[in-house]
Design a protein around this ligand. Sequence first.
Ligand code: HAM
Length: 424
Amino acid sequence: MKFKIPRGTQDILPETSALWRIVEAKAHDLCRRYNYKEIRTPMFEQTELFARGVGDTTDIVQKEMYTFEDRGGRSLTLRPEGTASVARSYAENKMHGWADQPVKLYYIGPMFRYERPQSGRMRQFVQFGVEAMGSDDPAIDAEVIALAMNFYQELGLKGLKLVINSLGDKDSRDAHRTALVNHFKPRITEFCTDCQQRLESNPLRILDCKKDRDHELMASAPSILDYLSEESAAYFSNVQQYLEAMKIPFTIDSGLVRGLDYYNSTAFEIMLEGEGFGAITTLMGGGRYNGLVEDLGGPETPGIGFALSLERLLMALETQGIALPVEESLDAYLITMGEVAKSHAPALLHRLRGEGITVDGDYMNKKMKAQFKAADRQNATFTLVLGDDELENGTVVLKNLETGGQENIPVEQAIEKLKAERGA
Ligand code: HAM
C-alpha cells in the first residue's frame, strides 16, 4: 500500500526548511526588539474554548474545526488559531497580576482548519502571531500593526497594503446591527441559506459571505463607521494619528469585518497589491478583542493582536522573486582512502564535531573521486584526506577547495586551522 500526504498539508523538505528557519528567525528577532515574549500553548484545546472564543456563528467553528473525542470522552479540537488559546492562558495563569502590563506575547506554530485547499489556503498552516493584552492605549494598536508591517518589509516584500477599520464598541455594534438587519431583511430570501441564518445570529457575518459577495445590497450596506460611538471614533482617530506619525500608509475600508467573532474596535489586514497568488491576497489579519478574556472566565481585559501564515509569506516572497540568504555549507568533508582509514573515520568525525566543526564524510563506500564530488556538492570549504600514510604519521591532508592549496599537517593543527577559519 502506498501512502499519500493528507490533503491541504505539505512536507517541508530540507531545501525549503532553510527558508522557514530564516523567516522564523526574523519573527523571533523582531519580537525581541519590540519586547514581545514567546508563549507556547497546546496544539489542541477543549472544543468549547473555540466555540466561545472564536464564536459559534463563524465559519471556523461551524465548518472548519478538526474536532475529536479522546479516550476519556472529552471533546477536543486541533487549534484553528492562536488567540483563544493565549486568552485562555492569560486567564488561567493570572497574567493580569503580572507586574509588566500589557503582557506582550507571540507564538509561531501550526494551526488546523478544514478548508477547501487552494494556493495559499492549507488545512495545516503555521501562524506567527502576537497578542498584547491588558492595555487599551491606541498606541499599542499602532505598535502591533507596525510590527507586522516591519516583519514583511525587513524580509524585502513590496506592494504591501495596510487596510484598517473600526468595529466599534458594544453600543456602536448594536446600532450597526439593527441597521444591517433593516437593510437586508426585506430581501434576505435572495441570499444564501447561511446568510439567512446570519441575519438572526450575526448579521455582520453577511458582509463576509463569499457566495453573496456581489449582491447589490452588499455595496450599499450600512457602514459601521457611521455608527461609531463618540469614544470609538476618537479611539480610531488616535490609532490613525499614530500610524501617520510612524509614516505607515494605510487605507480605511469599512467593509473589513474579519471572520472571527471576538473582534471589536480596531481591525486590520495587510494585503499584497498587484499580482497576488491565486485568489488570495490577504497576508495577515488582526484586531482588538476587548472582552475575550472575560468571555473565557478571566477578568475584564483589553487585547489586540494579529496573525499571519508563513506559507503565504513564503509564497509572496517567491512571487516577487525575493531570494532569502540560505547558507548551507560544510566547514569540511572527510575523505578516506582505503579500508583502514575508513574505519578511523567515525572517531575522527566525532572529534571534529566535538570541536564545533561542521563536517561530514562518506557512508556509501564511494571511491575517492566520488567523495571529492560529494564535498563539492555539499559546499565544503575544506577536505580532510586520510590515507594509510597519514594514519601512520597522525596527520591529514587539509585542502582548501576554493584556493586549491593543500598541506599535510598533524590532525591537531588541522583542527585549529578549521576552527580559526570558522571564526574568520
Ligand atoms: P485569521 O484572519 O483567521 O485571524 O488568520 C490570520 C492569517 O492566518 C491570515 O491572514 C493568513 O495569513 C493565515 N491563514 C488563515 N487561514 C489560513 C489557511 N487555511 N492557510 C494558510 N494561511 C492561513 C486569526 O487567526 C486571528 N487569530 C488573528 C489575530 C490574532 N487576531 C488577533 N490576534
